[in-house]
Design a protein around this ligand. Structure first.
Ligand code: NOJ
Length: 739
């Protein structure tokens, strides 16, 4: 058989990327180019033939290594061109080994662990022939009703950018061509997290200034960090669905940011332009998406069917198609696929398997957030208690603790809390178990009696409740974010026994906890902690590890407060304790002006239940002595803000020290606080340390009314502390550089 085009090019050794791709492109027909722009789902029965005919650039959702290798063989040996395939899969928080959900990973505030988890997920999935993941999801998420908050890195642009970049580094490694690297995807560009009422796929309306200051920074950070691909969001942004939004995809992404990577649509989001009411038929949808710069169509075939006619009709130039296809081919070149497209299954060694599990446990340990710990009930001591009741529908369910997006998980690898607790206490403590409710959604109280019985005969009840995996994630939104089913009633029943309650919550989103807070002695919020959730939580409960996670998202008191986030604007009438009026304090027929006249609800306090950045420890940290090294400095300079951190408790522990600033006066109003830095610091009991943050004036920039990124001179507050409600404050001033 004569050598195909790629085989010929491969023989011409040392072709650089540009020459390889342009030479290949010059030998491709229009149909073959459009083939590269098409991603097929693995269930298409014409897939093998289509690959042979050079009609496919990428396959999504195939995970059988033999089939993947066979597809690569057909693509590279049997087609005219011989171009290898991109094999895409949603590797979101692990592949076989499941790390905590992304929102949990964000609660670890650990760039190292987030990078390592992504790297291990890349190793496991690349071992299975996958070379492209659709992660990280870096949509700013300020609505906990939205199921996809689970997949997000939380509400804050700085935290989300920092951890998103770490994930990309983990997936892509130092060199995409390494066998264990996979291409990452910044998604969903942009604004998807602002879907109205937290309902998935819903409309978003985001003023350009807010888009630029809040929603776009993580995407810009990932573009600058070299993320290989972007995904256009399903959502309608200010009336123009993103998949056809040339302003966002061309003007901002390509022209302003100079991003040269591949843009893929979301699943069938091109034909959905018709459903949005943005295009009259699939032909015009294909046109709008192509004009907007969507290089590859996921799962649908409007490009294959319609792009040729646009070329014939001179509506789209062949140069435009070439630019789009060359982005795809360059990614394949960067991944080293032209030379190495087959995957030999590299069975992980025992050592590697242990590494996966150890890291999964460490991330889970560091992402749990201790929300309450009355009278230091935690940590439990196995020599001081003789009996323990473990109660709740999530105590012994290896599947539900994994969370959303776990297609490829080895479920039987999961270690549950019940198993891990039993293993840890051995014969020293009598552990009794009752699930209380069959599932987290169940309303059947038949088991309550037995659960109460074991609580009555135990020193402590550890209740493991929350949301089962399917209640968060894509298209799984809730209008009420209390614990579902009868779980609150279960807590009530156990509370009535008088046995102290340690509540562990596994969930894919913040849960409204105001009603149950007084009924329990401690709360450890574990998110969906993944494969090693059980051992991680057990270590925390028994003091083998000290809680150090901090909330990456605000916990509201009730859904009516949503959206509630720390970086809000001050308003002209900010809420304050001094002016706050409770509904019950209002006299009957009180005149209208008797209210506080500030931005509050009458029936709930204006503050969150737990602020962004919050998380307790088994030790106590104290912050004192905040200082700035210069009270006034010029544009282009950096200021150092420092504070003394002291571990005044009795446990060696890690603390996530947070720096916030406020730009007091802006040409566009600025948030009351903005995170500008954080450090995870280990401090032995009794010790103190000066923690220093350096902030350059460029880091104080924001998009102004002209949509220009600019630092404005003037006064700033700076705070250092353990969460976003910190009050330890310093002041500095940025002055204009003298001419
Ligand atoms: C739709 C989701 O929105 C996206 O995040 C995901 O990557 C694709 N489906 C592929 O599964």
């Amino acid at each position: 058989m004569p050598a195909n085009i790629c085989q010929q090019l491969n023989k011409a050794k040392n072709l650089d990327k540009e020459s390889y791709v342009s030479s290949l492109l010059s030998q491709m027909t229009l149909k073959e180019k459009i083939g590269q722009m098409s991603q097929f789902n693995n269930d298409d029965d014409k897939l093998a033939t289509a690959i042979k005919n050079d009609d496919v650039g990428s396959v999504i959702n195939e995970v059988d290594l033999d089939i993947i290798n066979e597809f690569q063989r057909i693509a590279t040996k049997e087609s005219r061109l011989g171009i290898p395939l991109l094999i895409g899969r949603d590797v979101i928080h692990g592949y076989n080994t499941i790390f905590p959900i992304p929102l949990a990973q964000a609660a670890s505030w650990s760039t190292e662990l987030v990078e390592t988890s992504a790297n291990l997920a890349a190793i496991e999935s690349s071992n299975n022939g996958i070379n492209w993941t659709f992660a990280p999801m870096i949509d700013i998420s300020r609505d906990p009703r939205w199921g996809r908050i689970a997949e997000s890195l939380g509400e804050d642009p700085y935290l989300c950018s920092t951890l998103g970049v770490a994930m990309v580094k983990g997936f892509q490694g130092n060199n995409l061509a390494n066998k264990t690297s996979i291409a990452a995807c910044a998604k969903h560009f942009a604004g998807y997290g602002a879907s109205e009422s937290g309902r998935d796929y819903n409309t978003t309306n985001i003023p350009e200034n807010e888009l630029r200051n809040v929603y776009l920074p993580p995407f810009k950070a990932l573009a600058d960090a070299g993320v290989s691909t972007f995904m256009a969001s399903f959502s309608d942004l200010n009336g123009v669905p993103v998949t056809g939004n040339s302003w966002l995809l061309n003007d901002i992404l390509r022209d302003e940011w100079q991003y040269n990577g591949l843009v893929v649509s979301d699943w069938e989001s091109i034909p959905q332009l018709v459903t949005h009411g943005f295009c009259e038929d699939e032909k015009s949808a294909a046109f709008e998406a192509c004009q907007a710069g969507v290089d590859m169509e996921m799962a649908s075939d409007t490009y294959a069917k319609n792009l040729p006619s646009f070329i014939q009709e001179n509506k789209i130039s062949i140069e435009q198609i070439d630019t789009m296809v060359s982005r795809l081919l360059k990614l394949k070149f960067d991944l080293g696929l032209f030379e190495n497209h087959f995957t030999e299954s590299r069975n992980p060694t025992e050592h590697l398997k242990n590494t996966y599990l150890n890291v999964a446990k460490e991330v889970a340990t560091k992402s749990c957030v201790l929300l309450k710990n009355d009278k230091q009930i935690l940590p439990l001591c196995k020599t001081k208690i003789s009996s323990l009741a473990v109660i709740g529908p999530l105590a012994d369910d290896g599947y539900e603790q994994l969370g959303t997006w776990i297609f490829d998980a080895k479920i039987n690898q999961s270690v549950t809390c019940l198993d891990a607790i039993k293993d840890y206490v051995g014969n020293t403590v009598d552990v009794k178990f009752n699930e209380g409710l069959e599932t987290s959604r169940s309303n059947n109280q038949d088991s309550f009696e037995e659960a109460v019985k074991i609580a009555l005969s135990s020193d402590v009840a550890v209740m493991i409740v929350g949301e089962e995996a399917i209640l968060s994630g894509e298209a799984h939104c809730r209008s009420n974010i209390d614990l579902p089913g009868c779980q609150e009633q279960l807590i009530d029943a156990i509370h009535k026994t008088g046995t102290p309650i340690v509540l562990v919550i596994m969930a894919g989103r913040p849960i409204t906890l105001e009603k149950i807070l007084p009924k329990v002695d401690a709360i450890l919020f574990a998110w969906h902690p993944g494969t090693m959730g059980g051992p991680a939580i057990t270590d925390l409960l028994f003091g083998e590890a000290c809680p150090s996670g901090k909330l990456p998202v605000t916990f509201p008191r009730n859904v009516g407060q949503i959206p509630l986030y720390y970086g809000q604007k001050n308003t002209g009438r900010p809420a304050s304790d001094a002016t706050f009026v409770d509904i019950n304090d209002i006299e009957v027929r009180a005149p209208q002006t008797s209210l506080g006249m500030t931005s509050t609800h009458l029936d709930t306090h204006f503050s969150p239940l737990f602020p962004f950045g919050f998380g307790l420890s088994y030790t106590q940290f104290e912050y004192t002595n905040i200082q700035v090294n210069m009270h006034s400095f010029s544009m282009g300079e950096s200021v150092e803000v420092s504070a003394t951190l002291s571990n005044v408790g009795s446990v060696d522990a890690e603390e996530i020290v947070q720096l916030y600033i406020r730009d007091l006066v802006g040409s566009v109003t600025r948030p009351v606080k903005e995170l500008k830095g954080f450090q995870r610091i280990y401090l032995p009991a009794g010790q103190s340390k000066t923690v220093v943050f350096k902030v350059h004036t460029d880091e104080l920039a924001f998009y102004n009314r002209q949509m220009k990124l600019n630092t404005e001179p003037g006064l700033f507050n700076a705070w250092i502390g353990s969460n976003s409600a910190t009050e330890l404050k310093a002041v500095f001033e940025v002055v204009l550089t003298p001419e």
